[in-house]
Design a binder for this molecule. Structure first.
Ligand code: ATP
Ligand code: MG
Length: 890
């Protein structure tokens, strides 16, 4: 059975059991402050378990792209070394939201594995939670009973809290789980050692394939467990491991999920995986596994909008990529970029399953190529440096943290890559030392603001269906459901959840609304400011730093009164103008630049719209002008907004709506159309009722963000007008200065030409004058023994001219000792020039002399033994300074 069929059968099986099949959420997590990447199937359903939303069906199944290289789940160190942990993998899952529970879940998993996939029953082991007294959770008798009826008691293993009790986080839903393990060893090995003893013992052929989690408790901030009102099932099965079991392989990498990629890279490197280029090259095999694994993580992350970068999620991707590149370099001999060439193969492999790869194939390839190139530039030097260090590090020793930092800072070696290479050589790295070195440098880019939240305080425990009314209303009466206090780096803020709100929460690039909440009491109206609105999972969080919050909430709680929630409408309007303009701009860009232009990032606040998009060259001024013209035409056409809510996603896509890769869309979407032949987009943002309201559109800047991604910034409405007016004001001022001249450009040009001609004339005159001064000075030579001394205050136009004069005198007069002073632009300037032979014979030093002279003009200076200059602030001391200069010889 091919992996494609295996995946399909899973989905078909659960569809036949009444499950709604949904697409995978993007790999990159959205609106979840605790998660950078989705690391399990349930991540996208968190809200349903937390009770913050209603699932589209009580039974759901899917295959979810997961990445486990950061945070709670980090398998990176194992990847490539073992044969069953990946960075990116697919997790097949089925869910019950308050519907079926343990019995159905376990029976169906048994049915699917043994009857549909026909896995041998005598090779399957299962685990059941043994209970934990301290937590007050009993042994999972229910799961035990269900399993023993199907698999028999001797195949059940009791598991402890670590393996068999699942928790979403420090707080939140949790419960016991039951794992399914499979023994894939050959018959001889099975006869020799019972598989049961190898479960959870890191044996590569006795592996966990499926975990069934039964959520029945909620963990509170104080550590206590409270039973959940409705119980849920959350399961996750490793797709690649399942393929290994069904295809009768001993390793995930031998399945058709990886075999093509491995063959492709192996051919390129002249290596055959898993066999034997004699002598067997273990490291080449590891490298082939690492690369075939990592390229998937990188490709899917980029496809979902996460470009490699120097911080946070972007740095996770960069680290994975660099790890793979270095394996290829060291163990497969790749000296040129190679990772990017795998992309077409992957795109084909996932065509129809995860179409985002094929759709963005060129873009992904280009981004990876650029990353590879930039890392390969420093890789070799870095490896040499590291090699030198390794040679002088004692056996089992550790590499100095400063070196680890230097490698990361100068050669782009992520510290985990250095650690890996150290490990290959039996060494470790000084993590603490590295962190200290990093921290020392890091003060400029402050660490993540770690926010500390207290438990929610419930104000109203009535059931409610949350409603966002902000598409249609700017003000509404609402109830405060709950609030909490959060400590931030800069102070404290309050998070407020309402049952109903007109406040748009930051999403899809559009910033959150600000405004106020108010309530009327005997004293009049009391209100607090809302500074921002953010989405956390599906909750709309109104953020307030208002110092009156505590008294405000006291008032609300005491009287159980509703509040009036009001947004800042003028700010919202400006944000909205920018958002609609962004839609028009994207369509115009597609017309002018081509249909490859796709959104890679977007941001709209009240001042500006900033838009990042895939495009391979600079957008020229002419192209920008064309785009601007089209957008402004569309504004003048005053096209009416056509907003459709709750459109089935397929219908919207068929109608040609533009969706952004990496955005998560539900089954029903909102479609925003401004002329069906011009702009149709899936969008949750706010929009003007007709394009005329935007008023005006003006580009502000165009720049490069990274390989293949450009950025434009633009103004709309009043802001655009005021920016243009500011520029016009400057022009008007200039016009005023050129009174009476109709052609301003010509006037400026003429002025420039005249200026240049005058400058030339002045230069000639000054030179003449300098020659005259020089001639005059010849007459003023004083003989002091064998020294020809000149000591004068002269008139010269610049410090340079003074210097030139001194040099010319030196060229003309032998045995010269010359001290000069001049007033230049109201400031004193001094120079001392001494013939080289005098410097030697009389031990004279111009540098020292000028320092003494400079004291007379309240200044300072210096130079060499034969020539020095000084400036100062007191012109009245010039003559005295020159006198002082004389005194060194006369
Ligand atoms: P393991 O102990 O093998 O790391 P886990 O306990 O971390 O597994 P779960 O979090 O329960 O696994 O995830 C559910 C399923 O996802 C597992 O049963 C396994 O089949 C699969 N899985 C987990 N981590 C990985 C990974 N890094 N690569 C591939 N599959 C994985
Ligand atoms: Mg794990």
């Amino acid at each position: 059975m091919t992996s494609r069929q295996i995946r399909q059968q899973f989905l078909d099986f659960f569809a036949s059991k009444g499950h709604l099949i949904v697409p995978s959420a993007p790999l990159v997590a959205k609106n979840d402050p605790t998660l950078m990447f989705n690391n399990s199937g349930m991540a996208q359903f968190k809200d349903f378990f937390l009770g913050n939303g209603t699932p589209p069906s009580k039974r759901i199944a899917d295959t979810q792209k997961c990445l486990r290289v950061s945070g709670k789940h980090n398998d990176l160190e194992d990847v490539g070394f073992d044969t069953y942990h990946h960075t990116m993998f697919e997790m097949l899952g089925n869910w019950s939201f308050g519907d079926y529970f343990k019995k159905e879940a376990l029976q169906w998993s048994w049915e699917l594995l043994t009857e549909v996939y026909k896995l041998p029953k005598d090779r399957i082991y299962v685990s059941v939670f043994e209970g934990n007294e301290k937590d007050g959770v009993p042994f999972d008798q229910e799961a035990w009973d269900i399993w023993s009826a199907m698999v028999g008691e001797d195949r059940i293993i009791l598991g402890n809290k670590k393996d068999n009790f699942w928790e979403m986080g420090d707080t939140g839903p949790c419960g016991p789980c039951s794992e399914i393990h499979i023994d894939l060893r050959n018959a001889d090995e099975v006869a020799a050692v019972s598989g049961k003893t190898l479960v959870n013992a890191d044996h590569p052929q006795v592996v966990e394939i499926w975990n069934n989690v039964f959520m029945q408790f909620e963990r509170m901030a104080d550590g206590s467990l409270v039973p959940l009102p409705s119980k849920h099932v959350d399961t996750g099965m490793g797709f690649e491991r399942l393929c290994m079991a069904i295809q009768g392989k001993q390793s995930n990498y031998d399945t058709d999920v990886f075999s093509n990629t491995i063959k492709f890279i192996g051919d390129k490197a002249g290596k055959t995986y898993g066999r034997s280029d004699e002598p067997f090259d273990k490291w080449a095999d590891i490298a082939l596994r690492v690369i075939s694994d990592h390229i998937r993580a990188i490709a899917f992350a980029i496809a979902d909008g996460q470009l490699p970068s120097n911080n946070k999620a972007g740095y996770v991707i960069r680290r994975i990529l660099r790890r793979a590149v270095r394996y290829g370099y060291t163990y497969l001999g790749f000296r040129e970029p190679f990772m990017n060439t795998i992309i077409p193969l992957l795109a084909d492999q996932f065509d129809g399953v995860f179409p985002e790869l094929k759709a963005q194939q060129d873009f992904i390839q280009r981004v990876i190529l650029e990353e590879e190139n930039s890392f390969l530039r420093t890789l070799e030097t870095g490896l040499k440096r590291l090699d030198d260090i390794i040679k002088i590090t004692p056996k089992n020793g550790s590499i100095d943290g400063n070196v680890v930092f230097e490698l990361s800072d100068t050669f782009g070696f992520p510290s985990d890559l250095t650690a890996l290479i150290a490990r290959e050589n039996g060494l470790s790295i000084d993590e603490e030392g590295f962190k200290t070195a990093l921290q020392a440098q890091k003060d400029r880019s402050r660490k993540d603001s770690s926010k500390e939240a207290t438990d929610w305080v419930i104000v109203s425990d009535e059931d409610f269906d949350f409603e966002f009314v902000g598409y249609d209303e700017f003000e509404t009466e609402a109830k405060i459901i709950k609030y909490r206090k959060v400590k931030t780096k800069t102070g404290e803020e309050y998070h407020i959840v309402l049952d109903k709100t007109p406040f748009y929460a930051e999403m899809g690039g559009q910033v959150g609304d600000s405004g106020q909440l108010s309530v009327i009491n005997e004293q009049g109206t009391v209100n607090i400011k809302i500074s921002d609105t953010k989405k956390e999972n599906d909750l709309f969080i109104h953020i307030s730093t208002d110092k009156n919050f505590e008294s405000f909430i006291q008032l609300i709680t005491n009287n159980q009164s509703p509040v009036t929630a009001q947004i800042d409408t003028s700010r919202r309007h400006r944000i909205t103008q920018n958002h609609t303009a962004t839609h028009l701009m994207l369509s115009a860009m597609r017309q002018v630049l081509g249909s490859h232009v796709s959104q890679k990032g977007s941001y709209q606040n009240e001042d500006i719209t900033r838009f990042d998009f895939a495009h391979f060259s600079k957008v020229t001024d002419e192209e920008l002008a064309q785009i601007e013209t089209i957008v402004n035409e569309k504004i003048r056409e005053n096209i009416k907004l056509d907003e459709k809510r709750n459109v089935p996603i397929q219908e919207a896509v068929n109608a040609g709506a533009t969706a952004t890769f990496g955005e998560k869309y539900g089954d029903f979407v909102r479609v925003i159309t401004f002329d069906p032949n011009f702009s149709v987009e899936l969008c949750g943002g706010t929009h003007v009722p007709a394009t005329g309201e935007i008023g005006m559109f003006k580009f502000a800047a165009e720049s490069s963000v990274s390989a293949g991604v450009r950025r434009v910034e633009a103004y709309t409405g009043e802001k655009a007008l005021s920016v243009i007016n500011e520029q016009l004001a400057v022009i008007n001022e200039i016009k005023e200065l050129f009174k009476g001249q109709s052609d301003l450009v010509k006037a400026v040009k003429t002025l420039q030409e005249e200026r240049n001609a005058l400058a030339k004339k002045i230069e000639v005159l000054e030179n003449e004058k300098l020659q005259e001064t020089k001639e005059r000075l010849f007459a003023k030579i004083i003989s002091v023994g064998d020294i020809n001394m000149i000591a004068e205050v002269v008139e010269v136009p610049s410090a340079d001219a003074l210097k030139q004069l001194a040099y010319e005198l030196k060229a003309k007069i032998g045995d010269l000792y010359c001290v000069l002073g001049a007033e230049i632009g109201g400031k004193p300037q001094l120079a001392v020039m001494i013939a080289d032979n005098l410097v030697e014979s009389k031990k004279l030093n111009a540098g020292q002399i000028i320092r003494e002279m400079a004291k007379e003009v309240k200044g300072g200076g210096g130079g060499q033994a034969f020539f020095a200059t000084a400036g100062g602030s007191d012109v009245s001391g010039l003559a005295k300074a020159v006198e002082k200069g004389k005194s060194f010889v006369a």
